[in-house]
Design a binder for this molecule. Structure first.
Ligand code: SF4
Length: 215
């Protein structure tokens, strides 16, 4: 029988297991503006579509000045692979204009300022803080929210609550790696539908497995 662990010990155990299995992905381009736009493009689409749309956009328009001056219909065409391209193009234009007018063209490295931007919620802001500025934060996307609840380290309905609960139990020096590890795990093993529990190496302490799957 497994030793009983409290939530802090449990999440530590899960993180160690994930670190053994996944490498932290490193973004070559940590430019905060590009990271912000990439994160806006990533909403409700897959990574490969986000990458394609981001490449298309920045291959043609090199920086915030060029994007503010760009024709919105052209932006729509370039980012079409990311889906919701009309809404996202409008958002990109709006955010870029505000950054240029009010922040000297720089992306603020501060949660309070980031979430003032239209369409930028805590998840997007945290992605920018972690992946561009390398600051400790926990972006809670659908994978992080789902898996944390399946593991039983949180019991939450909204991602915002998951973030708060995770911040209490994950050591701060590990915040920065958590999203990346859990996203890779969520895309491969602990999928939204039909999680691969039978081959999962984390089942020992997983609440979902122990309550729903194990005979
Ligand atoms: Fe996810 Fe199943 Fe693994 Fe639990 S045992 S972490 S639900 S894949």
């Amino acid at each position: 029988m497994s030793k009983s662990l409290n939530k802090t010990e449990k999440i530590q155990w899960f993180i160690e297991k994930l670190e053994e299995e996944y490498k932290i992905r490193v973004f070559k381009d940590k430019d905060p503006y590009k990271m912000l736009i990439r994160t806006i493009l990533s909403q409700r689409t897959r990574d490969e579509n986000t990458d394609q749309a981001t490449r298309n956009l920045f291959n043609k328009y090199k920086d915030i000045h060029e994007i503010v001056d760009a024709d919105i219909e052209d932006i729509q065409e370039l980012i079409r692979p990311a889906g919701f391209y009309r809404v996202k193009a409008a958002r990109i234009k709006e955010v870029s204009t505000i950054l240029l007018d009010q922040y000297g063209g720089e992306v603020p490295c501060d949660m309070k300022e980031l979430i003032k931007l239209p369409g930028v919620g805590r998840k997007t802001a945290n992605c920018v803080l972690v992946f561009a500025f390398e600051l400790p934060a926990i972006p809670v996307d659908t994978h992080v929210h789902r898996i944390s609840n399946r593991w039983g380290v949180v019991n939450t309905k909204e991602p915002e609550k998951t973030e708060v609960e995770l911040m209490k139990i994950v050591p701060k020096d590990q915040w920065i790696i958590l999203n990346d590890l859990m996203v890779q795990f969520g895309q491969t093993i602990c999928r939204p539908i039909h999680p691969q529990c039978e081959i999962c190496t984390l089942s020992e302490y997983c609440n979902y497995y122990n309550s729903e799957v194990k005979e």
